[in-house]
Design a protein around this ligand. Sequence first.
Ligand code: BJW
Ligand code: ZN
Length: 221
Amino acid sequence: MTGAGVSAESGVPTFRGAEGLWEGRRAEDVATPEAFARNPRDVWDFYRWRLRKLADVKPNPGHYAIARLEQKSEHFWLITQNIDGLHAAAGSQNVIEIHGTIRFVRCHECHSRRDIREVIDEELPRCQKCDGLMRPAVVWFGEMLPPAALNAAHEAIQRCDFMLVAGTSGVVEPVASFSYWAKNNGAKIIEVNVERTPISSIADVSLFGKSGEVLPQLIGD
Ligand code: BJW
Ligand code: ZN
C-alpha cells in the first residue's frame, strides 16, 4: 500500500509534512466538492498546476522495486492512494487506484468520462453530452471512494498475509484503517517511511528512510 511519499523522490510534492504543501494550500481546502462548488475555476487552476508538474516526472527506484515485488509474488495487489499513474508506468499491474486518477475527468452531472488532456486547455471544461461541469476523476474529502476499488481493496486485505506500507502519513480515512484491518486478519505489516506515523505503532517492522533507497534494498533485483 502506498502514498505520496513513494513519488516524492520523483519530484511530486507530498500533501503533508515539511515540504507537503500544494502551491501553498492545504489539501483539505482545495480537494473538496465544496471548494469546487464555490470556485470551480480555482480548483481547475490548481489541477492544471498539478498536471504540469506531473508532465515530466518519471518513476523512481521505489516504484520499480514494488513492480519487481509483484513479479516475485504469487498473489499481489497494490493499493495506491496516488493519482499520478507512476506505479503503472513502472510496470505494476494489479494496481488499485483507491483515490482515483488524474488521467481522466468526469462530468459532475452525468458522470461521463474523458481523457484530461482533451479538456485541459479549456478554462472551465464542460461535458459534451450535458454541458455539466467536468472535474478530475479523483476522490475529494467527503466523497465515497470508487466502489469497485474499495471492494477490490477489501478482498485483498482479507486475503493478505503480508502488507508493505510505504510513504503514507496514515491519516486519511478509510485507507488509514486498512493496515489495522490487515493486522487484525493476521497479516504482518512492514512500514517504510522517512518518519514515524500512526501505522508505526502496529507495524511488525518499521524501516525509516527514503522509499527510493529502502525499497530496492528490501526487495532486491
Ligand atoms: C516519504 C518520503 C520518501 C515523504 N520516502 N516516505 C474517520 C475519522 C475522521 C475523518 C474521516 C473518517 N472517515 C472519513 C473521514 C473524512 C476524510 C478524512 O480521512 N479526513 C482526515 C483528514 C481526518 N476522508 C474522506 O473524506 C474520504 N471519503 C470517505 O471517507 O467517504 C465516506 C465518508 C465521507 C464523509 C464522512 C465520513 C465518511 C475521502 C478521502 C479523499 C482523499 N483525497 C486526497 C486528494 C486526492 C486527489 C488529489 O490528489 O488531488 O487524497 S487528500 C490526499 O491525502 C490525497 C492522498 O491520497 C491522501 C493521503 O495522503 P498520503 O498519500 O498519505 O500523503 P501525505 O502527504 O499525507 O504523507 C506523505 C508521507 O510520505 C509522510 O508520512 C512522509 O513522512 C512520507 N515521505 N517523503 C518515504 N522519500
Ligand atoms: Zn455530462
